[in-house]
Design a protein around this ligand. Structure first.
Ligand code: NAD
Length: 277
C-alpha cells in the first residue's frame, strides 16, 4: 500500500525562512515532523532528551535539504532546561517562528495500581512540558512581532495532543488526563495570544505506528484488534501527522486559531456505532 512517506507527496516550501523547534524530535512523530518542516524550508531545532545519535541523524537529514538544523538536549519538564533551549535557539537562529510541542510518553497502569511517580511523570512531560515550551515560544513571538515577509502570524504553536483528549482510556488515566489538559490549555493560550498575532492549535493523532504504542500494532493479532477502532482501516504513519502539522504551521492555515485537527482515520467517529447502538 502506498504511504504518505513514499515520496509522491512532496511538500512545497511553505515555511521558507522560518525557524522551528520540535520537541521529542529524534523518534516517531516528532522526527517525521522535524524532517517535514525542514523539507518545507524551515531551519529546525531537533530537541531530544536521550538518544543523541538518533537526533544527529535527524539533523543530518534536515541539513540535506539545504536548511540549518541542530540538536539540543533538554527535558521539557524541566523549566531551566526549557528556558536555556529557547535562549540557544534565539542565539543561533535569531528567533523562532514555529513551536511543535510534541514530546510525550506513557506510564500505564490500572488506576488503583498507578503510583504518584507514574502520574507526575506523564503530567510533567505531556502537559507541563508543553506549557513551558509554549510560554517560552510566546515570549519570543511577542518580543519580535509579525515580520510580514516571513509569515502573517507573529508565531505558531502546534500542540501534539491525541484522540484521548476526548476518548476516555482505561488503564491510562495519567495519559488521558494530560491530553484532556492539552485541549483546554491550547484553547486558553489561543484565546490569550490571538490578539498578539499568535496562532495556537493542536493536532490529535489516532493510532500512529511509533515506538510509544508498539504493543498495539507489532503482532498481527494486535493490529487486527486495533484496525477495528479505525474506520479507514489503516494504522497511521508519522508522516500523516507531520504533514498536518506543516500545513497548520503555514500561512495556508492562517485563519485557523484554537482548533484541534484530528488525524485519526476516523477513530473519533465512534466506530462501535457503525453496527451497534
Ligand atoms: P515516541 O516515543 O516515538 O516519541 C516521543 C518523543 O518524546 C521521543 O523523542 C522521546 O524521547 C521524547 N520525550 C519523552 N520525554 C521527554 C522529555 N522529558 N523531554 C523531551 N523529550 C521527551 O512516540 P510518538 O508516538 O512519536 O509520540 C509523540 C507525541 O505524539 C506524544 O505527545 C504522543 O502522546 C503523541 N501521540 C502519539 C500517538 C501514536 O499513536 N503514536 C497517538 C496520539 C498522540
Amino acid at each position: 500500500m502506498a504511504t504518505a512517506a513514499d515520496g509522491r507527496l512532496a511538500l512545497p516550501p511553505l515555511l521558507r525562512g522560518q525557524k522551528a523547534l520540535v520537541t521529542g524530535a529524534n523518534s516517531g512523530i516528532g522526527k517525521a515532523t522535524a524532517i517535514a518542516l525542514g523539507r518545507a524550508g524551515a531551519d529546525v531545532v531537533v530537541n531530544y532528551v536521550s538518544g543523541r545519535e538518533a537526533a544527529d541523524e535527524v539533523v543530518e537529514e534536515i541539513r540535506s535539504f539545504g536548511v540549518q538544523a541542530f540538536a539540543h538536549e533538554a527535558d521539557v519538564s524541566d523549566e531551566g532546561q526549557v528556558v536555556a533551549m529557547f535562549a540557544r535557539t534565539v542565539e543561533e537562529f535569531g528567533t523562532v517562528d514555529v513551536l511543535v510541542a510534541n514530546a510525550g510518553l506513557q506510564r500505564d497502569a490500572a488506576s488503583t495500581e498507578m503510583t504518584l511517580d507514574q502520574w507526575n511523570k506523564v503530567i510533567g512531560v505531556n502537559l507541563t512540558g508543553q506549557f513551558l515550551c509554549a510560554r517560552e515560544a510566546a515570549k519570543e513571538f511577542v518580543r519580535r512581532g509579525v515580520v510580514p515577509e516571513v509569515s502573517r502570524a507573529a508565531g505558531k504553536i502546534v500542540c501534539m495532543s491525541s484522540v484521548h483528549q476526548i476518548i476516555p482510556w482505561s488503564g491510562h488515566v495519567n495519559y488521558a488526563a494530560s491530553k484532556g489538559g492539552i485541549l483546554m490549555m491550547m484553547q486558553t493560550l489561543a484565546q490569550e495570544f490571538a490578539p498578539k498575532g499568535i496562532r495556537v492549535n493542536a493536532v490529535a493523532p489516532g493510532a500512529i505506528r511509533t515506538p510509544i504504542n508498539r504493543s498495539a500494532w507489532e503482532t498481527p493479532e494486535a493490529e487486527t484488534a486495533l484496525l477495528e477502532l479505525i474506520p479507514y482501516r489503516r494504522v497511521g504513519d508519522p508522516e500523516d501527522i507531520a504533514h498536518a502539522v506543516t500545513l497548520l504551521a503555514s500561512d495556508l492555515m492562517d485563519y485557523v486559531v484554537g482548533t484541534t485537527i484530528y488525524v485519526d482515520g476516523g477513530m473519533t467517529l465512534f466506530p462501535g456505532f457503525a453496527t451497534g447502538g
